[in-house]
Write a protein that binds this ligand. Structure first.
Ligand SMILES: C[S@@+](CC[C@H](N)C(=O)[O-])C[C@H]1O[C@@H](n2cnc3c(N)ncnc32)[C@H](O)[C@@H]1O
Length: 444
């Protein structure tokens, strides 16, 4: 079954992304570019899925896209055609790697791949989960053949030393949890091939970024988790509910290579060709007015997180995949975490009740000192909603921004949408009406 990511007039969302602005692109872009000359520079400081950056670029703005997630920056580089040369303009070299069959060097996993295929063909979730429980993993305490042990030792060493793309890095860590065994092997093979082509000079940087974005897109569609992110895989040791059993079969049947090819087509069609854009990894806490002035930024668009839920928790697997260094897994009391989190996870100031007011004040001061307009997205929990509480209230945010720009220069626009919010208690998505607003501060 195919699961394509969403497109909204000129923006393609490469992966499922919490809080993405696909539904409010018109409203956001209208406010961000109001009265701006074509070619003026906009900083999308929390670019996430990059749909806002793409829309702004398509409307003639020069875009700087930054985020703390490596995967988001990779998506931005692909979708804004950064480094897309005239010599290396297409993705044909990548299409050729999309359709190979099971790679010979993964022979060690063949019995598990076969058993998984039989289970999926029979439609037996129980048998598929039995494969998930049995497949050797580098973090699982179990007896295993010396051949598996030696692969896992190598991946463990690479994770400690920060070595790029050792053999079977995804498979040895996530097979049977977030992904099926065959899917994990496919992810490893595709990433390995993209990087091999790049290392041998057969493709340029933009094509490599497009290839990695396409692999991440396939991984996002295939993951078996509540909400299609990587906060926690469904527990293979528990009895699955009938709903989970159906979802397991549906997700595990997703053909990673087919989705990789679909994503390449989307990237080729949708990547913005005009303008000269830029994207790099940046903690918004380190954004300075000097940097804004150096890049001639006229508007800063900020769409940070507002709850204690860190994005590094939801998207660590996509970061590991695009970065290419296997995760050094975090352990608590000798046990790895349920979500298979890496040791070092970024903790954003914007997620903390204590740190967020200061972080917003610094952001506003830097934008003001660079004579830039500041546009901040904010989504409030509806009264009586059980949604996660906010790191800063709208009132506090308005006070903070007004304290810098002057109250008469700050406006609030309410956007008319239905917002879908992650509901922690049910570990599922609950649709609710959460007012989404834009705080707009003008430098006059
Ligand atoms: C609400 S999402 C942005 C969604 C985005 N506008 C879109 O439409 O897809 C918040 C983003 O902020 C990033 N982020 C959180 N804290 C950050 C920080 N301190 N510095 C840079 N990026 C941060 C997260 O990685 C995430 O991508």
């Amino acid at each position: 079954m195919r699961t394509m990511q969403q497109t909204e007039a000129s923006s393609w969302r490469p992966v499922q992304f919490l809080g993405n602005k696909l539904r409010v692109l018109d409203e956001v872009s209208k406010v961000v570019i109001r009265d701006r000359e074509p070619g003026a520079t906009v900083w999308d400081a929390f670019c996430g899925s990059t749909v806002v950056s793409q829309r702004l670029a398509s409307q003639g703005m020069r875009v700087l896209a930054t985020d703390k997630l490596v995967c988001s920056v990779t998506f931005a580089r692909a979708m804004l055609s950064i480094g897309r040369g005239e010599r290396a303009d297409d993705l044909d070299a990548l299409r050729a790697i999309g359709s190979l069959r099971m790679p010979a060097d993964y022979e060690l996993w063949a019995p598990y791949v076969e058993a998984e295929e039989v289970a999926l063909t029979r439609g037996s979730a129980e048998d598929a989960i039995a494969v998930s429980r049995a497949v050797p993993l580098r973090w699982r305490e179990a007896s295993m053949s010396p051949a598996f042990r030696s692969v896992f030792d190598e991946v463990d060493r690479a994770s400690m030393d920060g070595v790029h793309r050792p053999f079977a890095s995804m498979t040895s860590t996530y097979a049977g949890t977030y992904f099926g065994v065959k899917q994990a092997i496919e992810l490893d093979r595709l990433v390995g091939e993209v990087m091999r082509l790049f290392a041998h000079g057969k493709i340029q940087r933009w094509q490599a970024d497009a290839g990695l974005t396409a692999v991440a897109s396939a991984a996002s569609a295939a993951v078996f988790s509540a909400g299609k992110h990587f906060a926690q895989p469904i527990n293979a040791n528990q009895q699955l509910t009938p709903f989970q059993a159906r979802r397991l079969l549906q997700d595990r049947k997703i053909d990673v290579s087919e989705l990789f090819l679909d994503a390449l087509n989307q990237i080729e069609q949708s990547a913005e060709r005009s303008g000269t854009h830029n994207a790099f990894e940046l903690e918004a806490e380190h954004l300075s007015s000097d940097l804004l002035i150096e890049h001639d930024v006229s508007t800063v668009y900020a769409d940070p997180p507002y709850t204690a839920q860190q994005y590094s928790r939801f998207y660590h697997v996509l970061d590991t995949l695009t970065l290419g260094v296997p995760a050094n897994l975090q352990r608590k009391n000798g046990q790895i975490t349920k979500g298979l989190y890496p040791v070092e996870r970024f903790k954003s100031a914007f997620c903390s009740r204590r740190a967020a007011p200061i972080a917003f004040r610094n952001l506003a001061e830097n934008a003001y000192d660079a004579s830039a307009r500041l546009v901040i997205s904010y989504s409030e929990s509806a009264p009586g909603s059980t949604g996660n509480s906010r790191s800063i209230s709208l009132e506090e945010l308005l006070q903070t921004v007004s304290g810098v720009y002057g109250a008469c220069n700050v406006d609030v626009t309410t956007l008319d949408i239905r917002y879908r919010q992650f509901n922690q208690s049910s570990a599922a998505y609950a649709s609710r009406e959460d007012p989404e607003v834009l705080v707009v501060a003008e430098h006059r």
